[in-house]
Ligand binder design. Structure first.
Ligand SMILES: Cc1cc2nc3c(=O)[nH]c(=O)nc-3n(C[C@H](O)[C@H](O)[C@H](O)COP(=O)(O)OP(=O)(O)OC[C@H]3O[C@@H](n4cnc5c(N)ncnc54)[C@H](O)[C@@H]3O)c2cc1C
Length: 324
């Protein structure tokens, strides 16, 4: 490949989506990453379209809306959907008592209030809607295949600063997630540990969420062949080891709201660190006449926001390159 115009640092869902947006806009892109896509935090995401643990709401809403529309389009394509691991599923979010409709309700299809018969015991309110489920072990390889089609190379290379990339090109996109703490010294980025359990899907086909359970967020996300059960949200905890007590607690909580889980077989446990920040950093800086676009700190919503943020990054880079 000829010299890249843009180097994207990071090959999680943020970096790969940005690289695709930029390549589709006709740019010569290269991706640098410390680890392969299947070893990133992104590979551990549950991953349901749902704005969770992320701010600021006025920017997150429009980014999430772009994501919803893009994922729905992928899922709606009969060939692409199964290849990319994206499907639309009905979801129910349950609450002990009535709450106002969430700000994202206007972005989703088929939004309505649940009827009492749909609610698990002990819940007084629920909202039903349709949203994308993204199976990351299929989706990340599909993004890599897309990049390959555009001739975008993914180079395994850890960097200690942005300088090696800036030495080679005039535009660098920083999508390093939690790595931004060290790479650009951003002390506002911190880990929020998550643990999930995978079971066989059986007949389950509806997403269930209880974000406000006294025992922690509880979710059941049926994918293609399996179902992901969660969850855990431990701020500033960095251990990637399974906590067996948490595994038991997750399965118990999920089985309480979805009793059919009791007869499904366990397949595995996964742990990942959400790259949280008080707000997503998506901004740009000019250093010695070169452009750096930062896009990290997506917390528990990096998949949900990936396309919206990638579109934003692409527009910034294109505007910059056009001015030359
Ligand atoms: C258990 C769990 C469940 C989740 N569920 C959902 C969900 O349902 N929906 C949702 O939208 N989100 C969910 N998330 C959140 C989502 O996983 C993250 O927000 C998202 O993966 C962040 O993606 P990213 O590409 O920004 O970062 P990452 O995936 O962490 O990628 C960062 C990249 O930067 C690279 N990098 C870092 N430092 C350097 C360096 N110095 N040099 C070179 N490369 C570097 C890494 O190697 C990697 O390639 C969940 C997360 C967890 C842990």
């Amino acid at each position: 490949m000829s010299t890249p115009e843009i180097i994207v640092i990071g090959a999680g869902v943020s970096g790969l989506s940005c690289a695709i947006e930029l390549a589709r806009a006709g740019r010569r892109v290269q991706v640098w990453t410390a680890v392969a896509p299947e070893q990133t935090t992104s590979s551990k995401a549950a991953a349901f379209w749902y704005p969770y643990r992320v701010d600021p709401i006025e920017r997150v809403g429009p980014w999430a809306a772009v994501g919803y529309e893009r994922f729905a389009r992928i899922a709606g394509n009969l060939t692409l959907g199964p290849t990319a691991g994206v499907i639309m599923r009905e979801a129910i979010e349950v609450f002990p008592e009535p709450v106002p409709d969430p700000p994202w309700s206007r972005y989703v299809d088929m939004y309505r209030h649940a009827i009492p018969e749909e609610l698990p015991p002990g819940y007084g309110h629920g909202v039903v809607f349709e949203a994308p489920v993204i199976e990351m072990p299929r989706y990340l390889p599909w993004l890599v295949t897309e990049l390959d089609r555009y001739g975008v190379e993914i180079v395994i290379r850890r960097v200690d600063s942005l300088s090696p990339a800036l030495d080679l090109t005039g535009v660098v996109v920083n999508t390093t997630g939690l790595g931004a703490r060290e790479l650009v010294g951003d002390a506002r980025v911190y880990p929020v540990r998550g643990q999930t359990v995978r079971h066989r899907r059986g007949a389950l086909d509806r997403v269930l969420i209880d974000e406000h359970s006294a025992h922690g967020i509880t979710y059941v996300i049926p994918r293609g062949d399996d179902v992901v059960l969660g969850g855990v949200a431990q701020e500033h905890e960095e251990s990637l080891a399974e906590d067996p007590a948490q595994t038991v607690a997750i399965v118990e909580r999920c089985t309480r709201i979805e009793p059919r889980l009791a007869s499904t077989q366990r397949l595995g446990v996964s742990v990942g660190l959400r790259p949280c920040r008080d707000e997503v950093r998506l901004d740009q800086e000019v250093r010695d006449g070169q452009l750096i676009v930062h896009n990290y700190g997506h917390g528990g919503s990096g998949v949900t926001l990936s396309w919206g943020c990638a579109e934003d990054v692409q527009q910034r880079v294109s505007a910059w390159l056009k001015r030359e």
